[in-house]
Ligand binder design. Structure first.
Ligand code: DOR
Ligand code: ZN
Length: 335
């Protein structure tokens, strides 16, 4: 059995910088045609100059000309209309992090009241720049995303022209919000389609599955699966592949992030085949995103075959999801 995916897109990707960037960028550019690149570097990407320099470092690390990094700025509520107008030529979106909610997000927003965000949101609405949101409060860890739901509703109601992407949704509640507001969209990761909190901490603690937002209950995962497998038109694949060096993950106070970029398409094919939904994978990994972002992707065909692939235990010191395990699908050819 074989399928061909046209121009797969990863709509939420962490590529990091320096040595880590060199290690992981080729793994995404091999099988994806493009990716939304997260700006949570140290310091975060908040100027056009820093963004263009980072883009250049990404391009020289991918060693290919058929991968497009779709750049994002780290949200600040003092971005002016004119600044965003200039930035629009170079960016696909702006990413908002609540302050301190995850890796390198200290410079994020500490008050979600619309008053302080209005000017920037209005400018983004007018310029047609999508707002990507890490939607968690600093409440109890299992409730953080659901608590953030009312913030999403405020944003969606008050700025109906602003495209708002609820990044890496993990709950049934978020899945339901999607259909309540025309301007709400979502990305879903690979790991949140596979795991629940039980897989992370129900037996021996598995730090390579620890991430923000944390995986939730079986009924939450089922709600995400339903959206992804049906390729709901407002949902896109975004891996949130977040590499950390192995000593930072396998340590006390371990870093949050699941590394999935090199195995994502194979594992998605396995999942969609298991549920008899392979025909919907193209929409989930590319077509929906091209409509939502109004983006024409670089042509790339990825041929996936039902043939076993043993996931490496490590990619140059970064441990992937399914490390050492066998996946029943592999990448046969990329053209
Ligand atoms: O688990 C996560 N890791 N969640 C995020 O939101 C950020 C990411 C990272 O950058 O490591
Ligand atoms: Zn992320």
């Amino acid at each position: 059995m074989q399928i061909v995916l046209n121009s797969p897109l990863d709509m939420h990707l962490h590529l990091r910088d320096a040595d880590m960037l060199k290690r992981v960028a080729p793994l995404s550019s091999f099988s994806f045609s493009g990716a939304i690149i997260m700006p949570n570097l140290v310091p975060p990407i908040t100027t056009i100059e820093a963004l263009l320099e980072y883009r250049q470092r990404i391009l020289s690390s991918t060693c290919r000309d058929n991968f497009k990094p779709l750049m994002t700025l780290f949200f600040k509520n003092d971005y002016s209309y004119n600044f965003l107008k200039d930035a629009k030529k170079y960016i696909a979106a702006v990413k908002l992090y609540p302050s301190g909610i995850t890796t390198n997000s200290e410079g994020g927003v500490s008050n979600m009241d619309i008053g302080g965000l209005r000017d920037t949101f209005e400018a983004m609405s007018e310029l047609g720049i999508p707002l990507l949101v890490h939607g968690e409060t600093n409440g109890f860890v299992m409730d953080r995303e659901e608590e953030f739901g009312s913030v999403y509703e405020q944003f969606a109601k008050n700025f109906p022209k602003l495209k708002i992407v609820m990044e890496h949704i993990t709950t049934k509640h978020s899945a339901e919000l999607l259909d309540r507001y025309e301007n709400l969209y979502a990305t879903i990761t690979l790991h949140h389609l596979y795991i629940t909190l039980d897989d992370v901490a129900g037996g021996m603690l598995l730090p390579h599955l620890f991430c923000k937002p944390i995986a939730k209950r079986p009924e939450d995962r089922d709600a995400l699966l339903k959206l992804a497998l049906s390729a709901h038109p407002k949902v896109m694949f975004g891996s949130d592949s977040a590499p950390h060096p192995v000593d930072k993950t396998e340590s006390c106070g371990c870093a949050a992030g699941v590394f999935t970029a090199p195995i994502a398409l194979q594992a998605l094919a396995m999942l969609f085949e298991k549920h008899g939904k392979l025909k919907n994978l193209q929409a989930f990994v590319s077509d929906n995103a091209t409509y939502i972002y109004e983006y024409e992707p670089i042509k790339k065909e990825v041929v996936l075959a039902k043939a076993p692939f043993v996931v490496p235990k490590s990619y140059e010191g970064v441990v992937p999801m399914f490390a050492g395990e066998e996946i029943s699908w592999s990448i046969k050819n990329v053209r």
